[in-house]
Structures are given as structure tokens and as C-alpha cells.
Design a protein around this ligand. Structure first.
Ligand code: ADP
Length: 547
């Protein structure tokens, strides 16, 4: 018989989104959701008002026949209605399935049919995109259009506001949900084959949201105004909507207006303290801010950046020139997504401090991490040796939704991330590459991320993406695609001079390609797949051999 003594705490209290939903109403009814609208004005609603709309929406979902476990798709930008769906759908026991609006049509068809979405909520601005593929969806019985715009050819469509109106007021009798029940579903591109579904539970979202409130993490608190630029259709916008709701922080949503100009204006007017977005958007914003010194972005004392390596120079320039502090996070859809965060000790801003800021940071509490080499052995945390990152923890995926082909991603309770990194003795992770992007030259590895960082520290370089170029002697050699500032006449030789002394000699690129733009993926990351295929097809422009 087990003689262990059981604790006497309320361990059965469920970690579900009901708590966050109730808390918005009871603890922070005055917090605000602000959405940018066409024309540059904003719409505002308090958490109290939003809570009332969530109750109506929950009732409307039941009337639409949405039942426990049903998948309900959203095809929407970052706005208040999407935020309402973030809570109403899981709180009726159904699953919020955020569709990535930027995917190819065939991928969307695959994803909707694979998930068997029953209803899809779509922004009116996105109806033209969705209606083209709607005939290929096999399980969708209703479409709900958000906004007053055209409903197009969508079959069985109804308007969101009509649904809410008809649902009436008053409290709603929400069903109990188990904390292990699925709450949200998000497909990731996956390394091979079809997109893979990551199925978040109420428990994983609750714990991950709590983690966004930790000071060594996103550090979100009730005194923040949070600008979520990272799309709500991508890994739950890094947990920012849930975190803001839990903390009682104001949430600012840019809808579809993600250009540098509308964003800069929104920041200057709404004064967010915290913002989350990928490096490419920050790069655009920096260029804009440099050209418009009257635009004040300095309210952003705690911006979060991740999704791709964050160039050190970008963080420094923003901090020194615009008073914006950017901190780096690392993670992936499978890790909810935040797994590490870089907040080095605030000492003097010396080189060591900045080196740590440029790393991906320490694992968050409850996230465990190890490095595994090619033979399956564990790599020491010595700051130099590299291996593939494996992670585990309560907000890390255990397997994919209805997809055994992704099983190779899981290794006895650990998630194999496909990212190569070193970890130093303080536990700071430094990603050197994605396994598929690393350049294998003469049996040694060259980190494309580090090379890009160094090239991007050149004042004339806006973007740099390094890919492997096949080489008879060395197997692979680095080729660096560069976007220069307008009017700059920097040559390949100038860039080499800049790199000498910053990276090992054998890391120096053999070739540069001066391109107009680095192609981006559906979530705004450099798309090296496209660059590699242009190289193979001979269509990569502006190539200059240097050795
Ligand atoms: P995908 O880009 O494959 O669609 P995700 O959006 O889930 O999927 O991206 C996760 C990947 O993004 C990570 O595995 C990692 O390669 C990269 N990534 C995320 N954050 C960082 C970071 N701070 N530095 C470097 N790479 C990052």
C-alpha cells in the first residue's frame, strides 16, 4: 500500500479559461480592448462590456448547434471580436481553431477538413479570400461574418452582430469543462508533409498565460497596455490576449493594419507599454522611426520579439535612438509558444550584457530543456557545444492532432524542436540554427543565424539571409542574400571587410546576392526555402562571387 501522505489542498480546482473569463468581469471590468479600424480611428470596449458579449456569444454558439469538442474556425485579424471568440468558444467546451489566413489555399483546405471545423467565423475584410476555397470544405455548416461588409458567396452565412443581438442578455449557464479538455487548435507548417495540429488544453493555456505574467518572462501586469501585433491566428498571439485578460491589462489590437506607418501612429497615440511581434516588423518600424523623428515610440519599455533570431543591432538601435526596449523570446507553436526568455541581469550595459540580450534566454519556470547530439547523447551546457534542443513541460505538445506521421518529433516525453543551440552555464540558450538551415562546410557547422546577425550590424544592411550553396570541395558554403538601404552603394568586398574579425575566416560567405527583398513566410519570417529554390533554379538575382 502507498504510505505517502497526500496533501490537503484544493488540487482539483480546474485550471480552465472559465477562471480567466470570470476574472475579467470581477477583477478588471474597466480594462479596455482597443481595435484599430479603417481610417485610423479606434473602437474601444471595456472588459465589462466584452464579458457581456462573450456571454451572448456563448449562447449564440449553443444555438448554432456547437457542442463540446466541436472545432470552430476563425479566419480573422487581431480585433475585439476575435478576442471574444478566444473565450466564448473554449468556455462552451468547443475548440477555437485559429486558421492562418496567409496559408496557401490547398493548405487551408487540408487543415479545415483535417480539423473538421463545423462553423467558421470570418472577418468581412477576409470574405473574398475564404469564399474562393469554401466549396472545398467538407464539414463546415455555417459561416459567421464579422463586420458589416459583403458576405459574398459564403453559403449559410449569418452576421456576428445579428447573432449576438438575437442571443439576448443575461448570464449564460456555461458547462463545466475539464482542465485537460481541448481549448484551442493551431496548425504549424511542420518540417515534413502536411501541416500538424497542436491541440492546446485549458490547463496548458492557463499555465502558459500565468507564465506571461512572470517578471522574467513577458512580465505582463495590470498596469500594462499590451499591443498584440503578432497575429491571433499564430500560436495564440504568444498568449498575449490570454495574459492581458488574466492580468487585467489593456489590450490594443491593430486588426489588419500592420504597416510601419499605421503601427507607429497607433503606438504614438495609444502609448502601449508592451508589444509582441517578429523581427521583420520591428525592422520596418525602426526604418520608419528613423525617418520620422517626430513619432514617439518610447512608451514601449517592454517589447517582446521572437519567432526568428532578433539581431542585436536592432535591439541596440531601438534602445539608443528611440527609447524602445526589446527583449527576445524563443518558442514554437508546439510550445504554446513561449519557452525561453532573455532577461539578463540589469547591470551596466556592457558587451557581456548585450551578448546575453542577443541570446534566446533562459527556459521559463516549468520548461525543461536539453541538448542532444547526432548520436543521441546529451550535450553539456558549456556555452560552446551545440545540439538539438529538446523541451518538455506543461505547455509543450505531447503529440499532434490525428497525425502519427509527426511522431518522430517526440522522444520519450520530450519534444524535438529541430533547433540547434548551445546553452551557457547560466542556462542561457543561444540558437545557432534550425537543423534544416545550418551550413555544413567541410564537416563543420556554420551558423546562418550568427552570420546574418553580423551582416545586419552593417549600417547599410536592412535584411540578410544566409543559405547553403552546394560546393564540391566543402559540401556546402554560405551564400548571403542582402537587402541594402535605399541609395547605399556597399559592395560585397565592403561586407567582407565588415565581417573580417567578427566571424572565423572560414565562415566568410563565398557569395553575396543583392536582392530587393528577402521573401517571407506566412508569419513574416525569412523564407529560406524560397531562396534555396531560386538558387537551384538559377533565378536568384544580384549574385556576386567573392572567392
Ligand atoms: P514555423 O516557423 O515552422 O511555421 P513556428 O512559428 O512555430 O513554426 O516557429 C518556430 C520556430 O521559429 C522555432 O523552432 C525556431 O526555429 C524559430 N524561432 C522562434 N523564436 C526564435 C528566436 N528568438 N530565435 C531564433 N529562432 C526562433
Amino acid at each position: 500500500m502507498n504510505s505517502a501522505l497526500q496533501g490537503l489542498m484544493q488540487d482539483d480546482f480546474p485550471l480552465t479559461l472559465h477562471h480567466i473569463r470570470r476574472r475579467m468581469r470581477s477583477c478588471s471590468p474597466g480594462a479596455q480592448v482597443t481595435t484599430l479600424t479603417p481610417g485610423g480611428s479606434v473602437e474601444r470596449a471595456s472588459f465589462g462590456e466584452v464579458s457581456e458579449r462573450i456571454d451572448r456569444l456563448a449562447r449564440a454558439l449553443s444555438r448554432l448547434g456547437v457542442e463540446q469538442g466541436d472545432r470552430v474556425g476563425t479566419f480573422a485579424w487581431n480585433n475585439q471580436r476575435h478576442f471574444e471568440l478566444y473565450f466564448a468558444i473554449p468556455c462552451v467546451g468547443a475548440v477555437l481553431h485559429t486558421l492562418n489566413i496567409r496559408l496557401f489555399e490547398e493548405q487551408l483546405t487540408y487543415i479545415v477538413n483535417h480539423a473538421e471545423d463545423k462553423v467558421i467565423f470570418v472577418d468581412d475584410s477576409l470574405v473574398p479570400v475564404l469564399e474562393k476555397i469554401a466549396p472545398s470544405f467538407q464539414s463546415v455548416t455555417r459561416y459567421v461574418v464579422m463586420g458589416d461588409g459583403d458576405m459574398g458567396e459564403l453559403p449559410n452565412a449569418v452576421r456576428y452582430e445579428d447573432l449576438l443581438e438575437d442571443a439576448g442578455t443575461g448570464s449564460f449557464d456555461y458547462p463545466e469543462v475539464d482542465e485537460r479538455q481541448a481549448a484551442a487548435l493551431c496548425y504549424t507548417s511542420g518540417t515534413t508533409g502536411n501541416p500538424k495540429g497542436v491541440l492546446y488544453s485549458h490547463r496548458s493555456i492557463s499555465l502558459h498565460s500565468t507564465a506571461t505574467l512572470m517578471k522574467d518572462s513577458t512580465g505582463l501586469s495590470s498596469s500594462d497596455r499590451v499591443l498584440a501585433v503578432v497575429p491571433m491566428f499564430h500560436a495564440n498571439a504568444w498568449g498575449l490576449p490570454h495574459g492581458a485578460a488574466l492580468a487585467g491589462a489593456d489590450l490594443i489590437l491593430p486588426d489588419r493594419f500592420l504597416g510601419a506607418e499605421p503601427l507607429a501612429k497607433l503606438i504614438a497615440e495609444e502609448r502601449p507599454t508592451l508589444m509582441g511581434c517578429v523581427p521583420t516588423i520591428f525592422l520596418d518600424l525602426l526604418r520608419y522611426a528613423d525617418g520620422h523623428p517626430d513619432v514617439d515610440l518610447s512608451s514601449l519599455s517592454n517589447a517582446a520579439c521572437g519567432g526568428a533570431a532578433v539581431p542585436k543591432q536592432l535591439m541596440k538601435d531601438f534602445e539608443e535612438r528611440h527609447g524602445v526596449r526589446i527583449f527576445q523570446a524563443w518558442g514554437m507553436t508546439e510550445t504554446s509558444p513561449v519557452a525561453t526568455y532573455s532577461r539578463p541581469l540589469e547591470r551596466e550595459h556592457d558587451d557581456a550584457y548585450w551578448d546575453d540580450r542577443a541570446k534566446q534566454g533562459r527556459p521559463l519556470p516549468w520548461v525543461e530543456l536539453r541538448l542532444i547530439d547526432g548520436e543521441g547523447g546529451e550535450v553539456p551546457w558549456d556555452g560552446g557545444s551545440t545540439g538539438e534542443i529538446q523541451v518538455r513541460g506543461p505547455w509543450v505538445a505531447a503529440r499532434y492532432f490525428r497525425d502519427e506521421s509527426g511522431d518522430e518529433k517526440f522522444d520519450s516525453g520530450w519534444l524535438r524542436t529541430g533547433d540547434i543551440a548551445a546553452v551557457d552555464q547560466k542556462g542561457f540558450v543561444q540558437i545557432t540554427d534550425r537543423a534544416k538551415d545550418v551550413i555544413k562546410s567541410g564537416g563543420e557547422w556554420i551558423s546562418s543565424v550568427e552570420l546574418e546577425n553580423e551582416v545586419m550590424s552593417h549600417p547599410d544592411v536592412i535584411e540578410a539571409a544566409v543559405i547553403a550553396k552546394p560546393d564540391e570541395r566543402w559540401a556546402e558554403r554560405p551564400l548571403c542574400c542582402v537587402v541594402l538601404r535605399e541609395g547605399a552603394s556597399t559592395t560585397a568586398e565592403d561586407l567582407l571587410d565588415h565581417l573580417r574579425g567578427r566571424v572565423a575566416k572560414w565562415w566568410l560567405p563565398d557569395e553575396f546576392a543583392f536582392v530587393e527583398e528577402v521573401p517571407k513566410t506566412s508569419v513574416g519570417k525569412f523564407d529560406k526555402k524560397v531562396l534555396r529554390s531560386r538558387l537551384t533554379e538559377g533565378t536568384l538575382e544580384g549574385r556576386v562571387l567573392v572567392s
